[in-house]
Design a protein around this ligand. Structure first.
Ligand SMILES: Cc1cc2nc3c(=O)[nH]c(=O)nc-3n(C[C@H](O)[C@H](O)[C@H](O)COP(=O)(O)O)c2cc1C
Length: 171
């Protein structure tokens, strides 16, 4: 299944793959997990859209982290009770889990469920994200997950800036 439509019965009803992504790195992993396990895919989306601009997003993420803000979500997982296992995917933002992940965990009761994190980062590792998840889902069974270094926007933007400094367009 590739939507969050509740499923009446069967294996697909028991595994949920919930993920947040900005540039798609985490989505690629999420879709692969969902395909392999025949699981339900759910994209975590903030109610108020985040900025497209990278620097604006970095600033907002830092502000939300410092305030401990938990932004409202666009939607809740339908029929959460039917899932025994929740895979939770997100990118590292400012050495921790994005604030929407804290929102997600605060608003969904994962008590008694198995929680499997999968995390992408730009090369600086997982920071305190696993501790944040454990804190926000204290009654879930948190097991070892998966993490991977992926491209980060900052590096692409640096390369583009260097390129534009050398490009000859007679400005
Ligand atoms: C606001 C913001 C903050 C980030 N902070 C970090 C960080 O602290 N450490 C790190 O390794 N990567 C950081 N990154 C890079 C992302 O974690 C990395 O590119 C990730 O794979 C993006 O996943 P996505 O494509 O699913 O959004 C940051 C990216 C953004 C947009």
């Amino acid at each position: 299944a590739t939507s969050a439509e509740p499923t009446a019965a069967g294996r697909s009803a028991t595994v949920l793959v919930a993920y947040f992504t900005r540039t798609g790195n985490t989505r690629l992993i999420a879709t692969q997990v969902a395909r392999a396990l025949d699981a339900t895919l759910f994209q975590i989306v903030p109610a108020a859209a985040y900025p497209e601009d990278y620097e604006a997003q970095v600033a907002q993420a830092e502000d939300e982290r410092q305030r401990g803000y938990e932004p409202p979500l666009q939607a809740m997982v339908p029929d959460l009770d039917s899932y025994e296992t929740v895979f939770l995917g997100f990118p590292i933002w400012g050495m921790t889990a994005p604030s929407v992940i804290r929102s997600f965990l605060s608003q969904h009761d994962l008590s008694g469920k198995t929680l499997v994190p999968f995390i992408t980062h730009g090369g600086y590792g997982l920071g305190n994200s696993l501790a944040v998840i454990a804190e926000h889902a204290p009654d879930a069974r948190l097991i070892d997950g998966f993490s991977k270094q992926c491209d980060q926007e900052r590096e692409t933007l640096r390369e583009v800036t260097r390129w534009l400094e050398s490009v000859e367009i007679g400005r």
